[in-house]
Design a protein around this ligand. Structure first.
Ligand code: ZN
Length: 91
């Protein structure tokens, strides 16, 4: 049994499917990915569930549509912030 923030799962999935898999980020290093996740998560409510990890993905599908669209919006804003101010030099 684990306690998981399903919003964190959702942010990670959004970052992966909408940005990393399409190479839309200015930089794809771990630090920039973590910065994007941290900024987005700080702007979103957390939503914890205590369940086995496999069931988290089932729960995510039932989260309300408003929260899902907020996640997409916050990941977008966070990726713009990190693109403008990466915490390391870019090539
Ligand atoms: Zn980077």
């Amino acid at each position: 049994m684990v306690v998981t923030n399903v919003v964190e799962v959702l942010v990670k999935d959004t970052l992966q499917s909408a940005y990393l898999s399409k190479h839309r980020l200015v930089c794809e290093c771990e630090q920039c990915q973590n910065d994007i996740m941290a900024i987005a998560l700080n702007h979103l409510p957390s939503h914890y569930v205590s369940t086995a990890l496999g069931n988290v993905y089932v729960k995510v599908q039932y989260l309300d549509a408003q929260l899902q669209s907020d996640v997409v919006k916050e990941v977008e804003l966070a990726s713009e912030i990190v693109a403008r101010n990466p915490r390391h030099a870019l090539d």
